[in-house]
Design a protein. Structure first.
Lengths: 300, 409
């Protein structure tokens, strides 16, 4: 009894407690829902069996039906486009801004803070604002493009199947760029100045310094950022709900929005769960990469 | 072990007797879930009912429109359903067919307040499943054609003779369309949501079609007309992604000469629209064709799991007894034909309400069918794929009909 007590206060027991509490927390709040979701994707579920765990087992039937739907592959394609374009756009814009503010002109830190406003705003508000900006007949975006003589006819960003996905991507890039900028700024400021001084003495130009010092030193930050971006982008739901609702004709529908639509609009919870499982696999692969890239950071 | 068992038994007995005693003194509690806030009937009527009946305690919970069904499902499957819920009418059949709602047929037959024959046929059909009545229509609405009489005059159209048929409507839209002044001929909603189905289904119904035969020649013609309106830019391309409320906003601001929408617009329109606006019945396929229109709004229902169905039904009776106040106090239309609508003093609004009351006679429910949301999705997909040019109206509706046939079995 006393040994148990002392182990709990200062010993292995204490260590186990420290690990056990967050572990239990994770299992209850993440693990169980995750398993529940995976199990549900192999069952026949309707609204009245939502509360029970034991439901008829249908094997791969939900997945088979899902893939057989004509919109499945287009939606997966849109999801990939949305991911790549959003992450690339957010990262490039964020990096450009980070480098810009790194020049440390008067008011740079102040302005950098202002950029964070976009990240602080709720997604639905951002969506509503972009909804107006991108509106076809009276949108600000069209007006500006018109004045610059880039377009002669109004572009119906939200309603033209060729543009609808891009209208959400544009909004998402705007939303995420500042977050990228902040993380990259932190990465930039952690690079020791003497590296640059030494390189400059050796006659390295600005571009060479960027390629041989900045980028390699930022490797782990960039890796982590892109993995985080993947997760945030796969979570992006509000913008779709506010701007296009996946339309027209599914041309801007992506996996996460489709999962919600199936589960909570059509009450087909099993298929909604099946899409989530597909997405979980993708996010897990990204997490593995994220963990590996941050581990590298600790070593370096 | 033994002591605790005895103790438990004593406690249980004590609690039981105490509970019995308390039951007589304490009021019964009924829980009401509804999306209405203080400007709408649900909340006010629930509060009044509680005040008038000291032996019944009313707990009101306001639920956001989008969450009503999923909250209700979750609550029911975990045994925590409320006693009364206000549910969107196309979702009613889902609950009724699964035996989740209380069958009110006998109670209504005995009631002095609720009479089946008072109701418009559309709302009544939406609470009916398999010949039994599972609820009471809370209010109702429908859609008709609003038009800008000033623009009619400016373009040489007679504002006293608004379009009565589909062809006349398209003609009028062509004449009223004025891109130079940012005016579209007509506005409506073909959004990929319940709103799109809500707006399209009446067109199919007027030609003898319906959700169970969505690919009739008439429905194909209707969808072709919608496509014409979009292709000729007589309606904004944003019709595809814009709901009815936003579409009507463009009418109010003078950027559309006509709009198909419902009576929920009346208050905003009388404030915002600075022109002579009027309403006419939904145009029909050709002169003399049967009329139809959409039917919206919520129904009251009692969950079968309710422990106080008598008190809950008493509450419904009170709500129904107050139907005459629904329009003057909160601007909604009761689902009953025998309610006198008082004038508001706003001539345009009063004239419009008369048209909507006439239109309500032809309003048809969506469904009723337990899988309505899947059926509706098939119709939305057809509308959207035809209007974006991915399929011809005929192919799109054939596809929808095949999907719906699979759902109906």
């Amino acid at each position: 009894m006393r040994r148990l007590y002392s182990s709990l206060v200062d010993g292995r027991g204490f260590d186990l407690c420290l690990i056990g509490i967050p572990l239990a927390f994770l299992i209850v709040l993440s693990g169980v829902p995750l398993i529940y979701n995976v199990v549900m994707s192999f069952q026949a579920v309707d609204m009245f069996s939502l509360g029970s765990f034991i439901r008829p087992w249908v094997g791969h039937e939900n997945y088979r039906q899902l893939i057989a739907q004509p919109e499945f592959w287009p939606i997966m394609g849109h999801t990939a486009t949305f991911l790549v374009a959003s992450i690339a756009g957010q990262f490039l814009l964020g990096f450009a801004l980070a480098l810009f503010f790194w020049m440390n002109f008067p008011g740079a830190s102040w302005l950098r803070g202002l950029f964070l406003v976009s990240w602080v705003m709720p997604g639905l508000v951002v969506g509503a604002v972009w909804n107006w900006l991108l509106s076809g007949d009276f949108g600000v975006f069209n007006f500006v493009l018109h004045q610059l003589h880039i377009i002669s006819d109004n572009v119906f960003w939200r309603s033209d199947p060729a543009f609808s996905l891009w209208s959400v991507i544009i909004a998402n890039i705007w939303l995420g760029a500042s977050f990228n900028m902040i993380l990259l700024s932190v990465g930039l400021s952690s690079i020791p100045d003497d590296l640059y001084e030494a390189a400059e003495l050796d006659g390295a130009g600005a571009l060479t310094r960027f390629w041989t010092i900045t980028l390699p030193m930022m490797r782990s930050t960039i890796g982590a950022l892109i993995s985080l971006g993947l997760i945030f982008t796969l979570q992006q739901f509000d913008l779709f709900a506010a701007i296009t609702a996946g339309g027209p004709n599914n041309s801007s529908n992506v996996a996460q929005y489709w999962a919600w639509d199936l589960s909570f609009k059509q009450y087909d919870f099993a298929k909604g769960a099946a899409i989530s499982v597909i997405m979980i696999v993708v996010v897990m692969l990204a997490s593995v990469y994220y963990v590996r890239s941050t581990r590298h950071e600790v070593r370096g | 072990m033994k002591t605790s068992a005895i103790l438990g038994a004593v406690l249980y007995a004590g609690a039981a007797t105490f509970g019995m005693a308390a039951h007589a003194a304490d009021p019964v509690t009924i829980t009401i879930w509804c999306q209405d806030d203080e400007r709408q009937p649900g909340l006010n009527l629930a509060k009044e009912f509680g005040e008038k009946n000291p032996d019944i305690k009313v707990v009101y919970r306001q639920i956001h429109f989008d969450d009503v069904t999923s909250e209700a499902m979750r609550a029911y499957s975990t045994g925590q359903a409320p006693d009364i819920i206000a549910i969107d009418n196309p979702e009613h059949a889902l609950f009724a067919s699964h035996g989740v709602f209380l069958d009110l047929t006998d109670r209504i037959a005995k009631s002095d307040v609720i009479h089946k024959e008072d109701y418009f046929p559309g709302p009544l059909a939406s609470v009916t499943w398999d010949g039994k009545i599972y609820g009471v229509p809370k209010a109702t609405n429908t859609i008709a054609l609003y038009y800008n009489a000033d623009m009619f005059k400016a373009k040489g159209l007679d504002p006293d003779k608004p379009p009565q048929t589909w062809d006349e409507m398209v003609d009028a839209a062509r004449k009223l369309n004025d891109p130079a002044n940012n005016v579209y001929g007509i506005a409506f909603s073909a959004k990929a949501s319940e709103e799109g189905t809500f707006q399209f289904l009446p067109w199919a119904q007027m030609t003898g079609g319906g959700f169970d035969k969505i690919n009739t020649d008439g429905a194909v013609r209707a969808l072709t007309i919608w496509k014409t309106l979009l292709d000729e830019k007589l309606a904004s391309p944003d019709t595809l992604t814009r709901g009815q409320w936003d579409s009507t906003g463009t009418f109010n601001s003078g950027n559309a000469a006509m709009v198909i929408s419902g009576p929920w617009e009346l208050n905003r329109m009388s404030q915002e629209a600075k022109f002579d606006w009027r309403v006419t019945l939904m145009p029909v396929p050709e002169a003399g064709a049967p009329r139809s229109s959409a039917m919206g709004d919520f129904n009251w229902a009692i969950f079968k799991s309710s422990k106080n169905p008598d008190a809950a039904f008493k509450a419904l009776e009170y709500f129904v007894s107050q139907d005459p106040r629904v329009f003057p106090d909160w601007g909604q239309l009761a689902a009953r034909a025998n309610i006198e609508i008082p004038t508001t003093g706003d001539a345009k609004k009063d004239a419009a309400v008369k048209v909507f009351m006439e239109q309500l006679k032809y309003a048809q429910p969506r469904g009723p069918h337990p899988d309505w949301m899947k059926i509706s999705k098939a119709i939305q997909d057809a509308i959207q794929s035809a209007l974006t040019g991915q399929a011809t109206p005929k192919d799109a509706l054939d596809q929808a009909a095949a999907t719906i046939q699979g759902i109906l079995g």
